[in-house]
Ligand binder design. Structure first.
Ligand code: NAG
Ligand code: NAG
Ligand code: NAG
Ligand code: CA
Ligand code: CA
Length: 354
C-alpha cells in the first residue's frame, strides 16, 4: 500500500512536471515571424553599445538611460565595467549620450543599474531612483539630479528584506514607490527551475518609509512597471506570461486587477507616451535566442504600442520590429515629441522619428 502511494505520488508529480515543461516550451520556443517595421530616420546612439536597460524621459526632454547591467543568465559585453547612468537632451538636433558624474561617497564600482524612475518634487528638484544590484543584491539608490553640473548626488540607499530580485520601480511620491520582483529565488539554478515550473511567486511591492507591503502577487515574472498619466492605474508587465496587467491604485496604495492584455511576446519594460497616454512596451520576440545567445543568430527586437488600454478594445500595433540585424534584445522604448528612444538588455540603443 505504501509503495502504491509512493508510485502514485511520483506518477502525478512527473505528469505535472511534464505538463509544465510542455507549457514552458510553448512559452519560450514557439517561433514567431517578425514583420520588419521601422519608424523614420533611425540611427544607433554612439556610446551606448553594451546595453541600455531602462530609459526615463523628463517632461523637459532630458532622458536618463541606465547601462551596464550584469544579471545572471544574461550576456554582457563589458563585464568588467561598472554600470553608468547616461543623459541625453532630446531637444538637441543630434543629441549625444553623456555619462553623468556621480558624487563621491557612493561606491561607483558596484553600480549595477536595472530599472530607473524619476520623481519631480514640488520645488522642481529632480530625483532619480535606480534599482541597483551591488554584488547581485537588490537596493534602490536615490540620487538628486544637478542639471547644470550634469551630475547625480547620492542621497540614500534603500534596502529591505522584501526588496529582493527587484527589476523595476515607479516612484509616485517622496520615497514612495512600487517595485517589481522578477524572481522568487536568487540562485541561477533555482531561478531556471522557477521559470520552467512557473511557480508564479513574484509580486509587486509598495515601499514607503512608514510601510512596506506586497500589493499584488501571482505573477510568473513581474518585470516593467509604470503608472498611467493620471496615476490612477499601474501597468505591470509579466514577462514570461507575455501580458500586461492593468491595476487600479487605491488610496491605501493597494492594487486590484482591472484586466490583463495578452501580447503573445515577452514584455519587458513599460513606458507611457506623455502626449497620448498610450503604453509602449519593449518586447523580446525570441525568448530562446535571448536565453542562449548566439551572435550568428541573435535575438530580435520588438516595440508595441497599446492604445486605449482601459477601454474594452485596446489596440495593439507594432512600432518597431527587427530580427536582430540592427538591434538585439530590445527592452524598453520611450517617446518624446514624435521621437522614440529604444533601449536593449546588452546591445545598442536606437533613436528614431515617429
Ligand atoms: C562595450 O564593450 C566592448 C567589449 O568589452 C568594449 O570594448 C567597449 O568599450 C564597450 N563600450 C562602451 C561604450 O562601454
Ligand atoms: C529592461 O529590460 C531588461 C531586460 O530584461 C531588464 O533586464 C531590465 O529589467 C529592464 N528595465 C526595467 C526598468 O525593467
Ligand atoms: C534579418 O533581416 C535582414 C534584412 O531584412 C536579412 O538580411 C538577414 O538575413 C536576416 N537575418 C536573420 C538571422 O534572419
Ligand atoms: Ca522604469
Ligand atoms: Ca524589465
Amino acid at each position: 500500500m505504501g509503495k502504491l502511494l509512493v508510485l502514485t505520488v511520483l506518477g502525478v508529480s512527473l505528469a505535472l512536471i511534464g505538463e509544465r515543461l510542455l507549457r514552458f516550451r510553448e512559452r519560450v520556443a514557439a517561433p514567431r515571424e517578425l514583420e520588419p517595421t521601422e519608424p523614420k530616420n533611425c540611427h544607433l546612439i554612439e556610446g551606448l553599445e553594451n546595453g541600455s536597460e531602462d530609459i526615463d524621459i523628463l517632461p523637459s526632454g532630458l532622458a536618463f538611460i541606465s547601462t551596464g547591467l550584469k544579471y545572471p543568465g544574461m550576456p554582457n559585453f563589458a563585464p568588467d565595467k561598472p554600470g553608468r547612468i547616461f543623459l541625453m537632451d532630446l531637444n538637441e538636433q543630434n543629441p549625444k549620450a553623456q555619462a553623468l558624474e556621480i558624487s563621491n561617497g557612493f561606491d561607483k564600482e558596484s553600480l549595477n543599474p536595472h530599472g530607473i524612475s524619476t520623481f519631480i518634487d514640488k520645488d522642481n528638484t529632480v530625483y532619480l531612483y535606480v534599482v541597483n544590484h551591488p554584488h547581485m543584491d537588490s537596493t534602490v539608490e536615490i540620487f538628486k539630479f544637478e542639471e547644470k553640473q550634469r551630475s547625480l548626488i547620492h542621497l540614500k540607499t534603500i534596502s529591505h528584506e522584501l526588496l529582493r530580485s527587484v527589476n523595476d520601480i515607479v516612484v509616485l511620491g517622496p520615497e514612495q514607490f512600487y517595485a517589481t520582483r522578477d524572481h522568487y529565488f536568487t540562485s541561477y539554478v533555482l531561478v531556471l527551475l522557477e521559470m520552467i515550473l512557473d511557480f508564479q511567486w513574484t509580486y509587486v511591492l509598495f515601499y514607503s518609509p512608514k510601510e512596506v507591503k506586497v500589493v499584488a502577487e501571482g505573477f510568473s515574472s513581474a518585470n516593467g512597471i509604470t503608472a498611467s498619466l493620471d496615476q490612477k492605474y499601474i501597468y505591470v508587465a509579466d514577462i514570461t506570461a507575455k501580458n500586461i496587467h492593468i491595476m487600479k491604485k487605491h488610496d491605501n496604495w493597494d492594487l486590484t486587477q482591472v484586466k490583463v492584455i495578452h501580447l503573445g511576446t515577452l514584455v519587458d519594460n513599460l513606458t507611457v507616451d506623455p502626449a497620448t497616454g498610450d503604453i509602449l512596451a519593449g518586447c523580446h520576440p525570441n525568448p530562446m535566442k535571448l536565453l542562449i545567445y548566439n551572435p550568428e543568430d541573435p535575438p530580435g527586437s520588438e516595440v508595441l504600442r497599446i492604445q486605449n488600454a482601459l477601454s474594452d478594445k485596446p489596440r495593439v500595433s507594432t512600432v518597431y520590429a527587427n530580427n536582430g540585424s540592427v538591434l538585439q534584445a530590445s527592452s524598453v522604448a520611450s517617446v518624446y515629441h514624435e521621437k522614440i528612444l529604444i533601449g536593449t538588455v546588452f546591445h545598442k540603443a536606437l533613436y528614431c522619428e515617429l
